[in-house]
Write a protein that binds this ligand. Structure first.
Ligand SMILES: Cc1cc2nc3c(=O)[nH]c(=O)nc-3n(C[C@H](O)[C@H](O)[C@H](O)COP(=O)(O)OP(=O)(O)OC[C@H]3O[C@@H](n4cnc5c(N)ncnc54)[C@H](O)[C@@H]3O)c2cc1C
Ligand SMILES: NC(=O)c1ccc[n+]([C@@H]2O[C@H](COP(=O)([O-])OP(=O)(O)OC[C@H]3O[C@@H](n4cnc5c(N)ncnc54)[C@H](O)[C@@H]3O)[C@@H](O)[C@H]2O)c1
Length: 458
């Protein structure tokens, strides 16, 4: 919308705050049900995922994987290959061109769906009224809050010397020697990309391992892979300060007195915080938890009538398909006549795009034992993928099934290795449908693949 703000305001069935994964999905689905929709977004369409998350990250991962493949090819006897060295500027141009196409496609789809797209930041005047930067008032019968999250910075001296994941996607040249703080999804993924693209990187973790929340044995394998690739891992490093030394390099020090220097960049990957502070939620009667996440019930309803929230702004699993699925079901309930529609947050598959990738769906072995006691049966396959065996590199794959009960229902699938990212999706469908180990054994394997290990585990 442009021009002078209309003092009478504009009426809609739905006003959506945020044009990221969740907000766009809500807007499109509601419009599909015939609702009159306004979408308020101050930045580029697509939010975190498209602009500073999944998409540019996966592009960098693909570049890093290509470098890895060139190295494998050399080991397999291909001669005359150049030393893999990425021209970052050229690749980033390709990446951003890909992203620009996504923006254009969203813009076209919003127009086609008749959704009013408002450029600006919105905040609540009351539970039915959103006021935008330029003073326009949008009245919605329903409001969806989908303002997402932003990277967290530690409250320590020198925090302003460090970067966050958003900044990573501004690099147009190798960043030099990097200290990555945090061993969760983002720390592991960005460190993996850097190491495979030939940038020295060291990881500093407060805890004792990488990827807490993933199977210990698989994560330990991954730690070994990272060490083999030349990444130093510092566990139990509780960051106390970042300083610039006399030589211009950065130095990180821990509570325990440990210090490491000589870094060109420090990147914080220590979690994300919800974007709620400036939304005027109190004026709408929307409650937040202690960390600022919007509180929602199982139906994505907030404490305010007809105000809903989806995605990273809530305290649920922070994944794009989760934000999208929650938004679509919410709109099916509100505008589509499906009174019971809601997202089941159990058994959501997830993959970390590490090198190699690691993925999981369902229960961990520990969670299964907590719920099912001794009636838990674990099957493992530890093998070298054919590609790695041929190239004679030490990388191994580790697949694990967690089954429960007399009928060995498959309650958890955990994959680390070549192709894990692509293999998991289909098996996640099967797990969700309640398959047993016997069902896997009844399925004829596809040979020779890594995926066949899942149906052959005994
Ligand atoms: C580096 C990185 C890699 C990731 N990789 C993956 C991955 O591989 N797979 C995966 O599933 N997930 C991944 N994620 C997570 C995924 O990006 C998020 O879970 C997802 O984007 C959440 O969507 P959302 O709609 O809740 O929020 P967002 O996508 O963050 O969208 C929120 C939008 O709200 C807008 N906004 C903020 N304030 C206002 C306001 N006042 N008014 C109007 N609009 C406002 C913002 O500008 C933003 O566009 C990754 C995240 C990061 C950071
Ligand atoms: N492939 C994917 O699907 C993907 C990729 C990236 C991000 N994401 C989503 O984004 C979310 C955020 O990613 P993330 O990596 O920032 O968070 P995370 O929660 O995965 O990991 C944060 C890590 O930082 C550590 N930490 C927290 N505070 C610290 C401190 N003060 N000092 C040192 N370490 C500290 C935590 O112990 C944890 O290991 C993820 O949880 C995930 O849901 C998904």
């Amino acid at each position: 919308m442009s021009g002078r703000p209309d003092p009478r305001g504009f009426d809609f069935d739905l006003v959506v705050l945020g044009g990221g994964s969740g907000g766009l999905a809500a807007a499109f689905r509601a419009a599909g049900h015939g609702a009159r929709v306004a979408l308020v977004e101050p930045g580029e369409l697509g939010g975190t995922c498209v602009n500073v998350g999944c998409v540019p990250k996966k592009a960098m991962w693909l570049a890093a994987q290509t470098a890895e493949r060139i190295e494998l090819a050399r080991r397999m006897g291909f001669a005359g290959l150049p030393c893999p060295e990425l021209d970052w500027r050229e690749f980033v141009t390709l990446r951003q061109h890909y992203i620009a196409n996504i923006h254009a496609s969203y813009r076209r789809r919003l127009d086609e769906a008749g959704i009013v797209s408002v450029v600006g930041r919105g905040r609540f005047e009351d539970a039915r009224t959103i006021i935008t930067d330029d003073g326009a008032r949008l009245h919605g019968d329903h409001v969806v809050i989908a303002t997402g999250a932003r990277p967290r910075r530690p409250a320590i001296p020198g925090a302003d010397l460090g970067l966050v994941s958003d900044d990573f996607f501004h690099f147009v040249a190798p960043p030099g020697r990097v200290a990555m703080i945090g061993g969760g999804y983002i720390g592991v993924e960005l460190a993996g990309v850097l190491q495979r693209l030939g940038c020295p990187v060291e990881m500093f973790m407060r805890g004792p391992c990488l990827l807490q929340g993933f199977e210990r044995d698989l994560a330990e394998h991954l730690e070994e892979d990272y060490r083999q690739a030349g990444t130093a891992l510092h566990f139990g490093f509780d960051l106390q300060a970042v300083e610039r030394s006399g030589d211009g390099k950065l130095r990180v020090s821990s509570q325990g007195g440990d210090a490491q220097g000589g870094f060109d960049q420090v990147i914080f990957a220590i979690g994300r915080e919800p974007v709620t502070a400036s939304l005027g939620l109190e004026r709408a009667g929307v409650e937040c938890d202690g960390q600022g996440h919007v509180r929602v019930d199982d139906f994505q309803d907030t404490s305010a009538d007809r105000v809903h929230a989806v995605g990273d702004v809530t305290d649920r699993i922070q994944l794009t398909p989760v934000a999208i699925a929650a938004a679509r079901r919410l709109m099916d309930r509100v505008f589509g006549g499906h009174a019971e529609a809601r997202l089941d947050y159990d058994d959501i598959p997830t993959v970390v795009f590490s090198h190699p990738p690691i993925g999981k769906v369902g229960l961990s072995e520990a969670e299964a034992r907590k719920r099912h006691g001794d009636d838990v049966h674990v099957y493992r396959s530890d093998f070298r993928a054919m590609l790695h065996a041929l190239a004679d590199v030490p990388q191994r794959s580790l697949f694990k099934l967690v089954c429960v009960g007399e009928d060995r229902r498959v309650a958890g699938i955990h994959l680390l290795g070549e192709g894990a990212d692509e293999i998991l999706q289909g098996f996640a469908v099967a797990l969700k449908k309640g398959i047993t180990l016997a069902d896997l054994h009844d399925t004829v394997a596809i040979h020779p693949t890594s995926a066949e290990e899942v149906v052959l585990m005994r």
